[in-house]
Design a binder for this molecule. Structure first.
Ligand code: SAM
Length: 266
């Protein structure tokens, strides 16, 4: 695994910077983020994405089922003394017992790790206030680095589209290159979940979500802090071409709402 992924403090800061500079301004096009906005991040990891929300005075909760990540989150915020100190909950979201509802729910880089995304997006709705917004940032799995191969130490990290090889061949190569079994497992998971823009649209339609805003990037905003690349939106015409667009979009930013939009005549 590359140093960046091992250094969780650095990772925390990178997530925080991208969220402050790109994610929050994007969400604010659909809902104001102010003092006392209730924010939930599902799959919050160490809580880096939540830091800029906290600085704006929001009341934030992070949920993750990975014990090490929640331990780090509590550690990274241990010295935070303001009244809006974040709450971190170690649980699988399906087991979280709460009646709380939130103005904003964040799912950043989570959907591509979830099996049965239909069930998941149906389930998370119950945590959203009627006027709340659900933010998703996810990479279509066929994009040049959609296999998360940049995690690896070997030359594989620099090979675009390598993850599109048949799973058996790909995992055989990774084992020959002595990549860790844990990382290989994570790669196989992304191949199994296979989120595409077409399937995402179908799921949200079936679950009665409405898109309140969307932006598709050719160069993911996160690559700015990670690799020094300037973020670039994908050409509108390409974002409209089914299947091809999955190869040329490195991340999708979308905000959803559950309210049905009224037509002009209503
Ligand atoms: C790739 S990480 C993303 C972390 C963070 N959102 C970020 O942007 O860095 C995906 C996270 O989702 C968490 N996760 C996946 N399924 C979950 C579930 N059912 N309940 C809670 N957390 C889950 C994983 O433990 C993992 O920490």
């Amino acid at each position: 695994m590359q140093k960046r992924h091992k250094d969780r403090r650095q990772y925390f800061e990178e997530q925080s910077i991208t969220t402050e500079k790109y994610v929050i301004p994007f969400i604010e096009k659909s809902i104001p983020i102010t003092k006392n906005t209730l924010v939930l991040e599902i799959g919050c990891g160490e809580g880096g994405n939540l830091f800029p929300f906290i600085e704006k005075g929001c009341i934030v909760t992070g949920v993750d089922m990975n014990a090490n990540k929640i331990k780090n989150a509590n550690l990274f915020y241990a010295n935070y003394t303001e009244t809006n100190k974040p709450t971190f909950v170690l649980t699988d979201i399906y087991d979280w017992e709460t009646d709380q509802k939130f103005d904003v729910i964040m799912l950043r880089d989570v959907l591509e790790h979830i099996h049965n995304q239909e069930k998941f997006l149906k389930f998370v709705k119950k945590f959203l206030k009627p006027d709340g917004k659900l933010f998703l940032g996810f990479p279509p799995w066929q994009n040049p680095y959609g296999g998360h191969q940049q995690m690896f130490d070997s030359t594989i990290a620099r090979l675009p589209f390598i993850h599109l090889l048949p799973t058996k061949l790909y995992t055989w190569i990774l084992r020959k290159l002595k990549e860790s079994e844990k990382e290989i497992e994570a790669i196989v998971e992304i191949k199994e979940t296979r989120i595409t823009i077409e399937r995402f649209y179908k799921i949200i339609r079936d679950q009665n979500y409405t898109i309140s805003n969307s932006t598709f990037y050719f160069i993911n905003p996160n690559y700015e802090i990670k690799f020094g690349l300037k973020p670039r939106k994908q050409l509108r015409i390409i974002t409209k071409i089914p299947w091809l667009r999955n190869l040329l979009i490195t991340t999708c930013y979308v905000t959803l709402e559950t309210r049905t939009k009224q037509t002009k005549n209503e």
